[in-house]
Design a binder for this molecule. Structure first.
Ligand code: RIB
Length: 304
């Protein structure tokens, strides 16, 4: 059975609601503080597993309380954590999140997320990956390890999905190893120099990314939905699913990507996977937190 293999970050999110962003030197009273499991890689792993895909995680946490809690949470969601290393002498990754009116601002401390080198990740990939699996990675781990993992996964015959978040420009020759790139507006501007603000600029950006070598492109546009350009060059415009209410957008993009990879394993087209991911993301924004907000496949099917 094909599976999803994810190399990515695991963070403990320290999240608080604020009436507005504080000015420099100002102290504001917030509310609704919570510590909850996050990290783009781990969020995407939980989304992939809850949406029905067999999912394996390659990652590192510190040998500390946050690390133990994060691994237990992933396992409870059904993610195989046999390749998650618990490292001495380094802290588990942490994200400090300020939520203002449902939107969030995030500051990261990478910690153990940057501890795995290219050789570690490649060895893990060779241990677990099989031709026909889906490989997914993001931008919160060591850049050299991330790029090497994409190249090796592609060479091994996996369908590779890259979410350059946080974004940084990638070497030109990396794109041929990316079967699907999924990114939001700001990431798109950093990666290809075009800010996608309407259908025309979405198409321009997506064509540029395909011209660089990416197989297919999915651009998330928040409340405006998403835009895709398939490997066949056909453009897709997917409206956002309407959330019952907007409580917290943390992890919504990760949930969408979980929908993309789980959809691929179900044999869905890129278009149908984007519709599925959008429905899952809409449910997630109506709930507080990152991993704790991600719906199951049954919940998504009921909402469609
Ligand atoms: O995408 C949301 C995630 O970004 C949060 O869970 C936080 O940990 C940061 O990695």
């Amino acid at each position: 059975m094909p599976k999803v293999v994810i190399f990515g970050s695991m963070n403990m999110d320290l999240s608080i609601d604020a009436p507005r962003m504080p000015a420099a030197g100002e102290t504001l009273s917030g509310s609704g503080f919570l510590t909850n499991a996050g990290g783009k890689g781990a969020n995407q792993a939980v989304a992939s597993a809850r949406l029905g895909a067999a999912t394996h995680m390659i990652a590192a946490v510190g040998a500390d309380a946050f690390g133990r809690e994060l691994v237990a949470g992933l396992e409870a969601a059904g993610v195989d954590c046999g390749l998650v290393r618990r490292l001495e002498g380094v802290s588990t990754g942490v994200a400090v999140i300020v939520r203002v009116a449902g939107e969030n601002r995030i500051v990261l401390s990478a910690g153990a997320n940057h501890a795995l080198a290219a050789d570690d990740v490649i060895a893990d990939l060779r241990r677990v990956a099989e031709r026909g699996d889906v490989f997914l990675t993001q931008g919160e781990c060591d850049p050299a390890a991330t790029e090497a993992a994409l190249r090796v996964a592609h060479d091994l015959g996996l369908y590779t999905v890259y979410n350059p978040a946080p974004a940084r420009p990638a070497p030109d020759d990396l794109w041929a190893s990316v079967d699907l790139v999924c990114l939001n507006e700001t990431e798109c501007q950093i990666v290809c120099g075009v800010l996608p603000s309407d259908d025309e600029t979405c198409l321009e950006a997506a064509r540029l990314l395909r011209a660089k070598g990416a197989g297919a492109v999915a651009i998330t546009l928040g409340a405006a939905g998403s835009f895709g350009l398939g490997a066949d060059g056909v453009a897709l415009r997917i409206p956002a699913a309407r959330p019952p209410e907007v409580v917290d957008t943390t992890g919504a993009g990760d949930t969408f990507i979980g929908g993309l990879v789980a959809g691929r394993l179900r044999g869905l087209s890129l278009e149908d996977s984007m519709v599925w991911g959008a429905a899952a993301a809409a449910l997630s924004v109506s709930r507080l937190g990152a991993q704790q907000s991600i719906p199951t496949a049954e919940e998504v099917e009921a909402a469609l």
